[in-house]
Ligand binder design. Structure first.
Ligand SMILES: CC(C)(COP(=O)(O)OP(=O)(O)OC[C@H]1O[C@@H](n2cnc3c(N)ncnc32)[C@H](O)[C@@H]1OP(=O)(O)O)[C@@H](O)C(=O)NCCC(=O)NCCS
Length: 201
C-alpha cells in the first residue's frame, strides 16, 4: 500500500539551497524570492489585508485579519525556526507582493506531509511568480524527505487549479459547502496532493 518512505530529515542548508532567487518581470523589474524573517512582520501586515480583499480564494475574508505586530513577529520567528516548514516572500522594489510556504504537522504519524499555501497581489499575476514559488515549495518538500505535499483550493479558483494540475497535483477529495463566499453562498473545497516517487504510477 505504502511505498518506501524517507524519514523527514533536518538539513541546515535545505532552504538556503533554494532561496534566495530572482525572477525577471515583464516590466524590467526583478522579483526576489527569499525566506521570510521576523523583520518582515510590518510588510506582511500591509500585504495580507490587500490580498484578502482582492479575491474570494483565500481563508480570510476582507477586513477579517486582525493580527498584531507582535503576534505576526512571533509566528514568523517560530516558522523560521521550524525544520518542517518553509516560508518565503516575493519582493519587488523592497515591497512584499506575495507569500508562499509549506508546513508539516509535528505528529510523527503526519509529519511526512506538508500543507502548501500561497497568494500574490493581483497586479503581479501571470508572470510566473506563483509557479516558481510552487516549484520551490515542492523541491523543499522533496529535499526534506516528505512523502507528499498537499493544498486546499476552492473549486471556483480555476487559475490556481490549472497551475496545480500542471505541476502534477491531483484531486484527492472534495469538501462540499466548505467555505462561505463573499456573496453569501457556500463553495466547495478541493484537496489536491503531489506524492513524491510514487511506486504505483
Ligand atoms: C493562484 C496564483 C498564486 C497564481 O500565481 P501567478 O503568479 O499568477 O501564476 P503564474 O503566472 O506562475 O502562472 C501559473 C499558472 O497559472 C495559470 N494561469 C496563468 N495565467 C492564467 C490565466 N490568465 N488564466 C488562467 N490560468 C492562468 C497557468 O496554468 C499558469 O501556468 P503556465 O505558466 O504554464 O501558463 C495567484 O493567481 C494568486 O495569488 N491568486 C490569489 C490567491 C490564491 O488563489 N491562492 C491560492 C489559494 S489555493
Amino acid at each position: 500500500m505504502m511505498g518506501a518512505m524517507a524519514e523527514p530529515v533536518e538539513s541546515p542548508c535545505r532552504k538556503a539551497d533554494l532561496l534566495p532567487c530572482e525572477l525577471p518581470l515583464s516590466d524590467g523589474r526583478v522579483c526576489v524570492l527569499r525566506e521570510m524573517v521576523e523583520e518582515d512582520a510590518p510588510g506582511i501586515l500591509e500585504f495580507l489585508p490587500l490580498t484578502h480583499a482582492e479575491t474570494d480564494f483565500v481563508n480570510y475574508m476582507a477586513g477579517e485579519f486582525d493580527w498584531s505586530l507582535e503576534k505576526e513577529r512571533a509566528f514568523l520567528r517560530s516558522r523560521f525556526a521550524n525544520p518542517l516548514a518553509i516560508s518565503m516572500a516575493a519582493e519587488v522594489d523592497g515591497r512584499i507582493i506575495g507569500l508562499a510556504g509549506a508546513a508539516a504537522l509535528e505528529f510523527k504519524r503526519m509529519r511526512h506531509h506538508a500543507e502548501i499555501g500561497l497568494a500574490i497581489l493581483k497586479a503581479f499575476w501571470g508572470q510566473g511568480i506563483g509557479r516558481r514559488m510552487m516549484e520551490i515549495n515542492i523541491e523543499w518538500g522533496r529535499r526534506a524527505g516528505l512523502r507528499k505535499v498537499y493544498l486546499r483550493v476552492v473549486d471556483y479558483n480555476e487559475r490556481a487549479r490549472r497551475m496545480y494540475e500542471a505541476l502534477g497535483f491531483v484531486e484527492e477529495a472534495r469538501l462540499h459547502e466548505d467555505v462561505l463566499r463573499a456573496d453569501g453562498g457556500y463553495g466547495n473545497t478541493i484537496t489536491m496532493a503531489l506524492v513524491y516517487d510514487r511506486d504505483d504510477s
